[in-house]
Design a protein around this ligand. Structure first.
Ligand SMILES: [Zn+2]
Length: 140
C-alpha cells in the first residue's frame, strides 16, 4: 500500500451529505474540488505528469472531504453533473440526426443528378430567355 493509498483510505467515515468525489487539494491551486473520474487515475496522473518534487506533498495533502459540505453547493454540483449527462444524451442524438441528415442529403444529390435533364427541360419552359449557362446566371 502506497502512502497515497494510506491517506485515501484513512478516513472512511464521511458525512452523508458530502459526495464521495469531494477532495481537498486535488490540484495544487484549488482548495476543494469534486473529482471527475476514479481517484486511482488521478493518483497515477500525479505520479506520471507532475514534477517529482511536488508529488509527495500532493499525495499527502490530497484527501477526501469528511465533513458536511454546504447543501446548496452540493446540490449545484449534482445539477451540473446531471446537466452534463443530459448533454451527452442530447449530443449522441444530435450526432445520429446529423448522420441521418447527411444520408438524406446524399440521396437527394443522387436523385437530383438523375433528374438533371428533366430539370433543365422544365427550366427551359418556365424561364425563357434566361442567361443561365449551366453554371451561373452571370456568364461574362
Ligand atoms: Zn432561368
Amino acid at each position: 500500500m502506497t502512502k497515497a493509498d494510506t491517506q485515501l483510505t484513512k478516513f472512511t467515515q464521511r458525512s452523508e451529505d458530502t459526495p464521495e468525489e469531494a477532495y481537498w487539494h486535488l490540484s495544487p491551486s484549488v482548495l476543494m474540488e469534486f473529482l471527475a473520474g476514479p481517484i486511482e487515475e488521478h493518483i497515477a496522473d500525479i505520479q506520471i505528469r507532475t514534477p517529482v518534487r511536488e508529488r509527495e506533498t500532493r499525495l499527502h495533502l490530497m484527501q477526501p472531504v469528511r465533513g458536511a459540505l454546504p447543501p446548496a453547493m452540493v446540490k449545484a454540483w449534482e445539477a451540473y453533473i446531471e446537466a452534463g449527462k443530459r448533454q451527452t444524451v442530447a449530443w449522441k442524438a444530435y450526432i445520429e440526426e446529423y448522420q441521418g441528415q447527411t444520408k438524406c442529403w446524399n440521396t437527394y444529390i443522387k436523385a437530383k443528378r438523375a433528374a438533371e435533364s428533366k430539370i433543365a427541360a422544365l427550366h427551359d419552359i418556365e424561364c425563357p430567355g434566361c442567361p443561365w449557362d449551366g453554371n451561373t446566371i452571370f456568364p461574362y
